[in-house]
Design a protein around this ligand. Structure first.
Ligand code: GTP
Ligand code: MG
Length: 203
């Protein structure tokens, strides 16, 4: 897929206020600092479309981007960021959960995992939440450039194996690096394929 346009539309904390266009939507979620906003910029080949930071907790709202005038891409706040107050965390969880439960245009969610990490409780719980709500998702391993290739392969294989003790089947997975552009083609091809499949439901 060629990216002809990528436009930031709005940020908000309530899914009710999200754009109303009946077009397919893809959401990016995962722990704080895992690289959600960076991956969006890498895919769109834009430096500052989504705001990124070395400190966790940068993205705090539901951010809608319109791509090629045909589909939405959504940058979400990370979960599992210990530094925010309990009250704020509850509000966060509420609006993120609400987004996933209410957003009718959502066709696929990308759950991002740092390639260096073993499965963590919070990620597994989130995948179970998506499963329980019948929300299709893919797994995206990020920051692949941070490990050498043999360590990387070992880590990914072991992650998938461990995941199968919790999930019945493995979701589609992608291996990416926002620094090197690894995985960009496959990722955009996948979205293209889903768009073609769901277009009839959006007519
Ligand atoms: P929150 O919005 O806080 O939830 O974080 P996020 O998941 O959007 O992460 P963000 O894209 O802001 O990136 C966090 C940090 O990781 C930044 O310092 C990025 O430069 C770095 N980073 C993200 N992706 C990669 C990657 O593929 N490789 C490397 N080396 N660094 C990355
Ligand atoms: Mg972010």
């Amino acid at each position: 897929m060629k990216i002809k346009s990528a436009e930031f539309l709005m940020s908000n904390s309530n899914v009710i206020k999200a754009p109303k266009d009946r077009i397919p939507e893809y959401a990016f979620i995962g722990r704080s600092n895992v690289g959600k906003s960076s991956l969006i910029n890498m895919l769109m080949e834009r430096k500052d479309l989504a705001k990124i930071s070395g400190k966790p907790g940068k993205t705090q709202l539901i951010n809608h981007f319109k791509i090629n005038d045909e589909w939405f891409l959504v940058d979400l706040p990370g979960y599992g960021y210990a530094q925010i107050s309990k009250k704020k965390r509850t509000i966060f969880q509420y609006f993120i959960e609400n987004y996933f439960k209410e957003r009718e245009q959502l066709v696929c969610t990308f759950v991002l995992i740092d390639s260096r990490h073993d499965p963590q409780k919070i990620d597994l719980e989130f995948m179970q939440f998506l499963g329980a709500n019948q929300i299709p998702f893919c797994l995206v391993f990020t920051k692949a450039d941070k490990l050498g290739s043999s360590k990387l392969n070992k880590q990914i294989t072991s992650y998938k194996k461990k995941l199968l003790t919790t999930l019945e089947t493995l979701p589609t997975t992608f291996l990416t690096s926002s620094s090197t552009g690894l995985g960009r083609e496959e990722f955009l091809e996948f979205i293209d394929g889903v768009n073609a499949n769901v277009i009839k439901d959006f007519k």
